[in-house]
Write a protein of this length. Structure first.
Length: 59
């Protein structure tokens, strides 16, 4: 399982193919580094359902 921000979608796909290591991926909004704590909590809250689904294969 990996989590990255949306601009890294293509890079993650290329890297996974190059390594032969295709894991579940969840992409979140960008940028990350200049967000407030509250914004990070909101970003995480938005991603929870997709993360749980990717980890469990349910949903």
């Amino acid at each position: 399982m990996m989590v990255a921000s949306i601009p890294f979608t293509d890079a993650a796909e290329v890297q996974a193919r190059a390594l032969g290591f295709d894991v579940a991926r969840v992409f979140v909004g960008h940028p990350i580094q200049d967000r407030t704590d509250g914004e990070m909590v909101a970003l995480a809250d938005e991603a929870v359902a997709e993360l749980v689904s990717a980890l469990t294969g349910v949903g």
